[in-house]
Structures are given as structure tokens and as C-alpha cells.
Design a protein around this ligand. Structure first.
Ligand code: ACO
Length: 334
């Protein structure tokens, strides 16, 4: 019998501390008005000093496992998407999360696809399950982005926040529950649009690299903005066309939460109504690989996401990478 992959559950973790635009006004030359107008962001959450990416990932994952009704002993693959791993780059954050959840002796690894990480993981989980190699895959997008943000750079520090989201993807023979389609792609031509230059083999850790602040994220904001709108829109047009669907068929359009203006431009270009578009950027900022699962969790917790509802995920990020996914929510409604 054919084996399909289904999203059984969602979970998220948001750190307590809030960094508001008013707080940022005291740190860099900016204003609440400028930030809200250009990005839609009002506040973002920041992890405590002692709180690591794996701490947040483990909390989100624990909730996703609990909500899935699947015993943690039955998880056979743990995947984490992050560009802010606990360690550079060994051991993987997925291994540390597995240990924190007491899920040992399973395959576990990280991927790096920036903000597209969660949808990339969805495609990997789908492939592992459909090939029959795995049955229950735990996927996690977790970021302590504040650890690579330069809080003297007003062009980047206003955008990013910390958090984590997770889902359990399980084998099913019921096609109605199955992930319908995933398109994922990348183009390294634009690698310099979003980069954390060091430490790495190009700039190994040393005093010079720290003096030049190469350990912080650097971004060509305007160029990224334009490409994001184009890519996100094109991605949706393609996946809807491939699957003979219209934008109006989608109850939950869940785009990467980078900037309200990007989301609005994409939503308008696609003819989406406001109530179809999920928005969390105003309260979480851009949480990179955690952004999409945190947004799914938001509509799950508010009771908006029901079992069987179709979701359209759409994301882009450093690399550049981009991806879209069409899937029903196959977990129980809240
Ligand atoms: N406060 C006040 N003024 C600012 C700030 C700030 N925080 N930041 C920049 N400015 C100024 C600039 O210095 C510039 O001034 P100038 O005209 O005197 O030179 C002016 O505002 C306009 O700057 P732009 O960069 O052109 O502003 P823009 O409208 O493009 O907004 C922003 C900047 C918000 C960064 C936008 O470009 C953006 O959101 N880009 C996309 C970023 C993104 O999505 N990145 C994440 C990708 S996902 C991932 O993988 C992590």
C-alpha cells in the first residue's frame, strides 16, 4: 500500500523577554514609527542569555510530540533547521535536542537553509516517509537569531527575533491527510544578499574577524526585499497551477514572516483576502527557520486551524533559498 506523509501536530516556543520598538529607540537611531511603517514589526521575543537554540527547539518539539499522540519511542528521525546552532557546527543541534527529549539512538541531523529551513525539512521528512525508510519524523525550526545580530546596526537589529516551532510528520495510508506537494529551490548567485561571514573556513575565528564584526548577520535589505516579493509570488503561482488550485481555494496562506510589506505585496499580487493570510510578524519579528511553524502554531492555538484545513506555506531566505508547500493539517483540531 502506498505510504504518504502527513503533518500530525504542531508546537512552538516563544521566549519570555520582549524587545519592543521603544526599547530599540534607546539602542540605535530609529523610531517605532519607522519600524512599523517599513516592516510592520512592533515587538520581537529574545531568548534569555542562558537559553540556547536547542532549549527552545526541545520545548517546541516536546509540545508537538505530546499533541501528535505518538509515543516519543516511535520517533525514528529528528531534524533541525537552524542558522544559529548551539555549536559551530558539531555536535548538531538536532542531536542535542534528541538528548534533551530523551530520544536517543535515532538518526538526527541539522540543515542550513535560513528562513526556508522548515519547508526544506518538510520535503526531507516527506521523502524519508514515502520511501518507506522512516515512519515518524520530528522536524524543528529553531533560532536564537539574537546571537548573530549586531545591536548597533539599525538595518538588521530591528528585524529579527528568537523562537522555535516543531511538527511531527507521520506515515499514513490515507491520501486525504497527505502532504500534497512541495517545491523547494535555491540560487547561490545571491549568496551575498544575506550572510554571516564568520566563523567559517573563509574567515576562521580570530581577533581580526571579531574586530570587523564578521560574526554578525549582514544583509542587502533592499535587494533582498525585491527578490523576496518576486520569488514568493512566483512560487505560489507555480504550486497552485501544478495542483489545479486557485488562490481562493486556500483558507490559510502562511508566508515567511519577514516584513509586513513583503507579505502584503505578495498577498495582493495573488489576490488573497486579508483573512486568508496568516500574520505574526508584528509580534515575533523574523524568526528565520522558526517563523513558519510558529505561525502555524499561532492559528492552531487560536482555534483557527482545523483538522483537514489546507495550508499553503511560502518562504525564502539566505542562500538564497525558497520553498512552498501545500498540505492539509492532519492533527486533531484544538
Ligand atoms: N530606522 C530608521 N532608518 C533606517 C533604519 C531604521 N531601523 N534602517 C534603515 N534606515 C534608513 C536607511 O539608512 C536609509 O536612509 P538613507 O535614505 O538616508 O540612506 C533609509 O532608511 C531607507 O533604507 P532602505 O534600506 O532603502 O529601507 P527599506 O525600505 O528597504 O527597508 C528593510 C529596510 C526593512 C531592511 C527592508 O529592506 C527589508 O525588510 N528587506 C528584506 C529583509 C528580509 O526580509 N530579510 C530576511 C530574509 S530571510 C532570512 O533568511 C533571514
Amino acid at each position: 500500500m502506498a505510504q504518504y506523509a502527513a503533518m500530525r501536530s504542531i508546537g512552538a516556543y516563544v521566549p519570555k523577554k520582549i524587545l519592543s520598538n521603544t526599547d530599540l529607540e534607546k539602542m540605535v537611531d530609529t523610531t517605532d514609527e519607522w519600524i512599523v511603517k517599513r516592516t510592520g514589526i512592533k515587538e520581537r521575543h529574545i531568548a534569555a542569555e542562558h537559553e540556547s537554540t536547542s532549549d527552545m527547539g526541545a520545548k517546541a518539539a516536546s509540545l508537538a510530540i505530546e499533541r501528535s499522540g505518538i509515543a516519543k519511542e516511535d520517533i525514528d528521525l529528528v531534524l533541525c533547521a537552524t542558522v544559529t546552532p548551539d555549536y559551530f557546527n558539531m555536535p548538531s543541534t538536532a542531536c542535542i535536542i534528541s538528548k534533551k527529549l530523551d530520544i536517543t539512538n535515532v538518526q538526527a541531523f541539522d540543515i542550513s537553509a535560513a528562513c526556508s529551513g522548515f519547508v526544506y525539512l518538510l520535503s526531507i521528512a516527506k521523502a524519508f516517509i514515502e520511501s518507506g525508510m522512516k515512519k515518524n519524523v520530528l522536524i524543528i525550526g529553531a533560532e536564537k537569531f539574537s546571537s548573530i545580530v549586531d545591536y548597533t546596526d539599525r538595518g538588521t537589529c530591528i528585524l529579527f527575533g528568537d523562537g522555535a516551532g516543531a511538527a511531527v510528520i507521520s506515515a499514513t495510508s490515507d491520501k486525504k491527510e497527505a502532504i500534497v506537494d512541495i517545491h523547494a529551490s535555491a540560487d547561490g548567485t545571491y549568496a551575498d544578499f544575506l550572510v554571516t561571514p564568520a566563523p567559517g573556513s573563509v574567515h576562521p575565528a580570530n581577533q581580526k574577524m571579531l574586530d570587523k564584526k564578521l560574526n554578525f548577520v549582514q544583509m542587502k535589505g533592499n535587494e533582498t526585499f525585491k527578490l523576496a516579493v518576486k520569488t514568493l509570488t512566483q512560487d505560489v503561482i507555480e504550486i497552485l497551477h501544478t495542483n489545479n488550485l486557485q488562490a481562493s481555494d486556500i483558507p490559510h496562506f502562511i508566508p515567511h514572516q519577514a516584513n509586513y510589506r513583503i507579505i502584503k505585496a505578495v498577498g495582493d499580487a495573488l489576490g488573497m483576502k486579508d483573512e486568508q493570510v496568516v500574520l505574526t510578524v508584528q509580534k515575533y519579528g523574523n524568526t528565520s527557520a522558526a517563523s513558519i511553524p510558529m505561525a502555524i502554531n499561532d492559528i492552531y492555538e487560536s482555534g483557527r486551524l482545523k483538522k483537514g484545513d489546507l495550508m499553503l506555506l511560502d518562504t525564502f531566505g539566505g542562500g538564497l533559498t525558497w520553498a512552498s508547500a501545500l498540505l492539509p493539517f492532519a492533527g486533531a483540531s484544538k
